[in-house]
Design a binder for this molecule. Structure first.
Ligand SMILES: *Cc1c(COP(=O)(O)O)cnc(C)c1O
Length: 857
């Protein structure tokens, strides 16, 4: 099918080779690039007037925010252009990070930090009577992710740019991000996230790089001109993908990479077909299918929702991205034979794994490459990050659905499988069990495509996200693949960016650290070890405590504002913030609160350490049990917070709408970090790292990266509780019997009985039954088995907290020993051991006036 004339125009626009006229060589400087306070002030005024169209009488705080954002953006774009030129001139290898989610957080504050403009802009605004922080709060957070996985992608983009690695993040420009959570009568209620309704200063649409994506239809066999057997895909639908670029500046460097997100639009062609048939309304109506695709983020974390639209989203952004990668590659190298040497494509979980079949299709069908050559390139280009140990999160698409939407890809997957299983048969002759376990197709009542298997077969490296997780992949989830390809498996423990999670999120602590050890820690987090020298310095300890106290006061203000609850800032801030999930065991935390409550009720004089229990996190809207857990936490809160016997010793606050913006305050003000997942269930966790970096001590199980955090900070500075992974496996094999714990543990029995008798539900004995039912009858996460250990460890926490000086020492040591968990370390390992890529220095000082390369981004 031929493209319409306007499609043609767009692609011509991207390819035509206009010689650079003098006007394009003018060095752009002045108000849009200058970095002095005076110039910045003029730039903001200019943007306010000419971009916002507002003068002094009508400008709102949001207008001032936009003016600042545009002024910062100008400076970043200059660096972006230089970066694109430098990368192209040097014909560099590039990392393409494919992720269905990017949870970036607000951009402006981070951009100011990375450009080194934060203090200057703050001063400039202050002179005009404006508070920078008030303006930054006007930015709507782009919530284009659910939790840890999307946030990891964001931290990795920050590190890639900071390490000057040529990289592009590819994803979806969801019109509605993760829903906004409000709490009504203790229940979660979801509101749509209209994050674009006031405009987005940080994105640039690039309609000239629009690509076409096909869906549905059927395939036909034909002989090409060389007599070669070929398959032709005759689609039923075509959709246009329009890229929107957001610049990603590195810290303290001139490198600015991009995050390229795709928006789905109707193609002109299909509009025309219906239009020519006289069906004008129908023509416009056909936009519905197209524009639905990038409409909304699926709000499921660690569960698979087998909805057709979700597969459409995945294929849509993957196809757009791969076409974009090939276009760029071909423009620079004039061949795609060397793709694997110049491109590394990372699959952030299986969500983009259909990309393996799509690259094969593009190479074979569109570039007439042989199967073997295409397969070689594909395998050497892709690498796959696994993010889960939960079976319910493993993506499997019904073959029927998959074939209806992507008939050509199903053919290709069958061919990959046929060749792969032939290899397996040679290795394990006659082992039919093995073959059916390894197959890309799961047999059964409904045959399914196993996306993790496709990812394993089509990648040269497979990584877990913490040491324990990778071991469990090898031993359990992907054991058969490990036997087959041991050389593919590699661990890459997650990390978080110190720029957002310390420098921006905890400015007081960042300043104290810099006063003591200088600024090197910002780019080399191992430098924090130098803080250990001051561990016995009384003044330093006091400063450290004062800062935590100030951060607690800010967090208390947030709680006052969002919950209307007054909390005691001298109490221990005991915090569990993360997605609501049974395996993360927020319920176990709630049981501890009820246990303490019972103790006080029995003995109102009991000497109980005052604590503020802080929760936050969203539940998937269809995850009934998780939503009931939110209700229980709030119900316990209502009872505990208003009981005069408790007299302010215990407070419970569930902060609504947990997101990156609120999390920055929460990590900074936390003293105890709750990381109590069932051992062997949390792949890594990154919240655990952010807490410790900000000086919170961890109470946690030996799960995910907790294991390595404990190794780093020392066991004496970590509160360990619960069963180990082998013990969990053993107990499962032996038969976990929750009732025996309930019958033999009177404290636990009282907790459960109190919930069951309606104490937290105005006498309603049925409300929490589904929770209790699951705990007694089908609890895969073995809450009761870890109850006593958790309670005992919490008692140790209380005791430790009473010794202020020692707690402070432990807190300092936790921060000081977090070097390993910088995303810079993680990304550097990916570069060395998976991507085989080198940094490329970008320098604005050597600004070249030859701007002919500008057309290729
Ligand atoms: C870090 C982070 C997460 C991940 O937290 P875990 O405790 O590792 O599950 C989720 N959401 C937000 C907003 C985060 O910043």
């Amino acid at each position: 099918m031929s493209s319409s004339s306007s499609e043609q125009q767009y692609s011509n626009l991207a390819q035509e080779n206009v010689p650079a006229p003098e006007i394009a060589k003018v060095r752009i400087e002045d108000d849009r690039t200058g970095m002095s306070e005076e110039t910045l002030k003029r730039a903001i005024a200019d943007s306010l007037y000419y971009v916002q169209g507002k003068g002094e009488f009508f400008a709102t705080l949001h207008d001032y925010y936009m003016a600042v954002a545009h002024s910062v953006r100008d400076r970043i774009l200059q660096r972006r252009i230089k970066t694109a030129e430098t990368h192209m001139e040097n014909r560099v290898k590039t990392v393409y990070y494919l992720s269905a989610e990017f949870l970036m957080g607000r951009y402006t504050g981070n951009s100011l930090i990375n450009l080194g403009l934060y203090e200057k802009i703050k001063t400039v605004l202050k002179e005009s009577g404006l508070e920078l922080d008030d303006l930054l709060e006007k930015e709507r957070e782009p919530g284009l992710g659910n939790g840890g996985l999307g946030r990891l992608a964001a931290c990795y983009l920050d590190s890639l740019a900071t390490l000057e690695i040529p990289a592009v993040g590819y994803g979806i420009r969801y019109e509605f991000g993760i829903f906004e959570q409000v709490i009504r009568n203790g229940w979660q209620v979801e509101n749509p996230d209209k994050w674009l309704s006031f405009g987005n200063a940080w994105e640039l649409p690039l309609p000239e790089y629009r690509v076409e994506v096909k869906f549905g239809g059927h395939t036909e066999v034909y002989d090409d001109r060389n007599g070669r057997y070929q398959s032709r895909w005759v689609p039923q639908q075509k959709v246009s993908g329009v890229p929107y670029d957001t610049p990603v500046p590195g810290y303290g460097v001139d490198t600015v990479n991009i995050l390229r997100l795709w928006k789905a639009e109707a193609t002109d062609e299909f509009d025309l077909q219906a239009f020519n048939a006289g069906d004008y309304i129908g023509a416009v109506g056909s936009q519905m299918f197209s524009e639905n695709i990038s409409k909304v983020l699926y709000p499921n974390d660690d569960t698979m929702q087998g909805k057709e639209l979700r597969l459409q989203q995945q294929y849509f952004f993957v196809s757009c991205s791969l076409q974009d990668i090939l276009r760029r590659h071909q423009q620079i190298f004039k061949t795609i034979d060397n793709l694997a040497e110049k491109a590394a494509i990372q699959l952030n979980d299986t969500h983009p794994s259909v990309g393996i079949a799509e690259l094969m299709r593009l190479l074979i069908d569109e570039h007439q490459m042989s199967w073997d050559k295409a397969w070689d390139i594909t395998k050497n280009t892709f690498a796959y990050t696994n993010h889960t140990l939960l079976p319910e999160a493993l993506e499997k698409w019904p073959v029927a659905l998959f074939g209806r939407l992507l008939p050509r890809h199903l053919e290709i997957i069958y061919e990959i499988n046929f060749r792969f299983l032939a290899e397996v048969r040679r290795r394990y002759p006659g082992d039919l069990e093995k073959i059916s376990r390894l197959s890309l197709i799961e047999e059964g009542d409904e045959r399914k495509v196993r996306m993790a298997h496709l990812a394993c077969v089509g990648s040269h490296k497979i990584n877990g996200v913490a040491a324990l997780h990778t071991e469990l992949l090898k031993k359990d989830v992907l054991h058969d693949f490990y036997e087959l390809f041991p050389e593919k498996f590699i661990n890459k423990t997650n990390g978080v960016t110190p720029r957002r999670w310390l420098l921006l999120g905890n400015p007081r602590l960042a300043r104290l650290i810099t006063d003591k050890i200088g600024t090197d820690w910002i780019k080399n987090l191992d430098e924090l070890r130098k803080l250990e020298k001051f561990i016995d310095d009384k003044e330093f300890q006091q400063n450290w405590r004062d800062i935590k106290q100030a951060n607690k006061q800010e967090l208390a203000k947030l709680i006052q504002k969002s919950n209307g609850i007054t909390v005691d800032t001298n109490s221990l801030f005991d915090v569990q913030v993360k997605r609501l999930h049974e395996y993360k065991r927020q319920l176990l935390n709630a049981f501890h609160i009820i246990t303490l409550y019972n103790e006080i009720k029995k003995n109102p004089q009991a000497d109980i350490l005052p604590r503020t229990f802080i929760f936050a996190g969203k539940a998937a809207p269809g995850y009934f049990i998780a939503k009931l857990i939110i209700k229980l936490i709030n119900a316990v809160g209502s009872v505990v917070n208003s009981d005069t016997d408790v007299a302010g010793r215990l407070k419970v606050a569930f902060i609504p709408n947990y997101n990156v913006s609120s999390s920055q305050f929460i990590y900074a003000g936390a003293e105890l970090s709750e990381q109590i997942s069932t051992a062997g269930k949390e792949a890594s966790g990154t919240g655990n790292m952010k807490f410790a970096l900000n000086g919170a001590l961890t109470i946690g199980t030996l799960d995910g990266a907790n294991v390595e955090i404990r190794e780093e900070v020392g066991e004496e500075n970590f509160f360990l509780c619960g069963l180990t992974t082998p013990e969990v496996y053993e107990l499962k094999a032996k038969g976990y019997n929750p009732r025996s714990y309930y019958e033999s543990n009177s404290q636990l029995k009282e907790v459960i009985d109190l919930i069951a008798c309606g104490q937290f539900s105005d006498g309603d004995r049925g409300l929490f039954n589904p929770l209790l039912d699951s705990l007694f009858n089908q609890d895969r996460f073995m809450l009761f088995a870890d109850y006593q250990s958790y309670i005992d460890t919490q008692a140790k926490v209380s005791q430790a907290y009473r010794n202020k000086e020692n707690w402070t020492r432990m807190s300092i040591l936790n921060s000081a020993r977090m070097g390993k968990f910088s995303s810079d370390r993680a990304i550097w390992e990916y570069c060395q051991e998976i991507w085989n890529i080198q940094p490329c220095k970008v320098s604005l000082d050597e600004y070249s006036t030859d701007r002919a390369g500008l057309k290729i981004l």
